[in-house]
Design a protein around this ligand. Structure first.
Ligand code: MLT
Length: 329
């Protein structure tokens, strides 16, 4: 028996094999390997909580693990720069919040253009914020907090996650609205900021309910108000900051998923479809709802829904940031 493969067949085989290697992985049965979901802030914080919950559910639909990677620093801009420069092969995605819209006004030298350098997958969830204080703060409610903070001069410590973080934005607007000075203390995310609050190392933190709800319910922090126009179903006893005299004070955190520019449409569609499936999974919906998060309407859960919203928000924030006069290089 002749076991020699004819020369032409061997060459054809080699050519096919090399073509298969050269082909981008997505053109096979995407996804063929784990996908990375980049989170701009520390583990244990609100973005991380949402990312891990969704990644687990999406992994089941995609048949591949969705790995959450925390790339922290510079208020989320490090992770956005990383994603903008990543290989556009469908294996790197970024979850980010309002920081994507505020960064162009905040940073003088931003190395990416949020409205040009990405593919847009979908909006994800909207999350209210809460103003919480260390458990042993003397102020029982927001009125007392305002008086206490005024008496402190600039000694009140307000934790946040860096210029570009929503906790920072909330803090800046809060200080203006309350008419008090505070010393701001930056962290790589509100996960470690919350740990500092629990340890009594800082006084106040403005953070999303996806992070603060369990601590509020356990009584480990003091809750002074919510940043939404109306009270939350999950915290019905707590007045809004507007109700307590901060007229027009309103912040809702929205999240989006992005991919490097040039990521194949097929990958964007599959990742987006897995996200939409996750956002209908009863266990995921229940957990998000318990944490105060709201799933946006269908028309926002697609690339155009995110791109349009990002554009609107970028325009809305620019004058607000200019007026606040907080910039970084
Ligand atoms: C986080 O995930 O740590 C927060 O979203 C950071 C922030 O306040 O923006």
């Amino acid at each position: 028996m002749n076991f020699n493969i004819p020369r032409t067949a061997a060459i054809a085989g080699a050519v096919l094999a090399s073509l298969a290697c050269a082909m981008p992985a997505w053109s096979q049965a995407y996804p063929v390997k784990p996908i990375t979901l980049v989170v701009p802030f520390s583990a244990g914080g609100p973005t991380d909580v949402v990312a891990r919950l969704l990644a687990a559910a999406m992994g089941k639909t995609l048949g591949q693990t969705v790995l959450v990677e925390n790339k922290t620093g510079a208020g989320g801009t490090i992770s956005a720069t990383y994603t903008a420069r990543a290989t556009p092969d469908g294996y790197t995605f970024l979850i980010h919040h309002n920081g994507m819209a505020t960064a162009p006004a905040l940073y003088r030298k931003l190395s990416y253009k949020p409205l040009a350098d990405f593919e847009y997958v979908s909006q994800v969830v909207d999350v209210p914020m809460t103003l919480v204080g260390r458990k042993d703060l003397p102020a029982k409610d927001f009125k007392e907090l305002q008086a206490w903070a005024k008496a402190q001069g600039d000694k009140t410590n307000l934790a946040h996650a860096g210029l570009g973080a929503v906790s920072h934005l909330c803090g800046v607007l809060l200080r203006q609205a309350m008419g008090v000075e505070m010393t701001t203390v930056p962290f790589q995310g509100t996960g470690p900021a919350m740990n500092a609050l629990l340890a009594g190392q800082v006084d106040l933190l403005c953070d999303q309910t996806t992070s603060t709800t369990p601590f509020i319910k356990a009584g480990s922090v003091k809750l002074y108000g919510v940043t939404t126009p109306s009270r939350l179903k999950t915290l019905p006893e707590t007045p809004t900051l507007q109700e307590q005299g901060l007229k027009g004070f309103q912040i809702v955190v929205w999240h989006g998923i992005y991919a490097p520019k040039g990521t194949p449409k097929e990958a964007i569609e599959k990742f987006g479809a897995a996200l939409r499936t996750a956002l209908k999974d009863p266990a995921v919906v229940q957990r998000l709802t318990d944490l105060g998060a709201v799933i946006p309407s269908e028309e926002k859960l697609n690339p155009e829904g995110l791109r349009t919203w990002l554009d609107q928000e970028t325009q809305r924030y620019a004058p607000v940031i200019k007026a606040a006069g907080q910039f970084a290089d």
